[in-house]
Design a protein around this ligand. Structure first.
Ligand code: VGL
Ligand code: ZN
Length: 215
């Protein structure tokens, strides 16, 4: 199936930052493997006049999603009862302005129209690139996409089970047609990634292979 890309399509490249890549503070296994494919896909969108949006996880020091902000807690420990935080605590990662928050030096960023940052409120995490984890605070991305008349969004990047997943769910809720490209995503957990794919399927979120989009 071909997708016939055009000016109403947007590619959202999620959190391809040093801290989420091998060697980083919250490294996602295989994250570096998807870089060439993501670069090729961005190039293809550029040729077809689609929009390209990059996202960055962008936390203040001492962010409440960091295990280090909770005495006695370890990274990846479950956390409950704090609105906007969880279900897991994380190692310190993507601190605004730090080297770990930079995009991978292998990511071709020149073609991007917009960079959207999220997670900058100390007490609220933001997995979705549309709405923060209090499920109320918008990032502004839906408004941007509506103003440029984007109707369909394609998602790739890290992590499939958190930021890609929640971005897909919220994109759908906001009325966009959503296509996730699993071959150009990697997840933090194997089980949570499988669950995310299944849940997305049930919500009418499409998946596609890079070859189908670049055909
Ligand atoms: C993410 C955990 C914490 C992600 C961000 O980009 O998926 N995951 N912060
Ligand atoms: Zn984060």
């Amino acid at each position: 199936m071909g997708f016939f890309l055009g000016g109403r399509d947007a590619l959202i490249v999620v959190d391809m930052q040093r801290d989420f890549l091998p060697g980083g503070a919250l490294a996602v296994a295989g994250g570096d493997w998807i870089l060439p494919g993501i670069n090729a896909l961005m190039d293809h969108f550029r040729q077809r006049e689609g929009r390209i949006i990059l996202t960055q996880d962008w936390h203040p020091p001492g962010h409440l999603s960091f295990a280090s902000s909770h005495p006695g807690k370890n990274p990846f420990a479950p956390v409950a009862g704090i609105e906007g935080i969880g279900p897991l605590l994380w190692p310190d990662h993507c601190v605004a302005g730090s080297a770990g928050a930079d995009f991978s030096p292998q990511l071709e960023t020149v073609g991007a129209h917009l960079v959207i940052r999220k997670g900058y409120h100390r007490a609220i995490d933001s997995y979705s690139t549309f709405v923060e984890n209090d499920r109320l605070t918008p990032t502004g991305l839906a408004g941007y996409l509506k103003e440029v008349a984007a109707g369909r969004i394609f998602l790739c990047g890290l992590a499939l089970d958190y930021c890609v997943y929640w971005s897909a769910v919220d994109g759908r809720k906001k009325g966009f047609e959503v296509v996730v490209i699993p071959d150009l995503c990697r997840g933090i957990g194997a089980r949570s990634s499988a669950e995310a794919l299944q849940a997305m399927n049930g919500l009418g979120i499409l998946t596609a292979r890079p070859e189908e989009i670049m055909a």
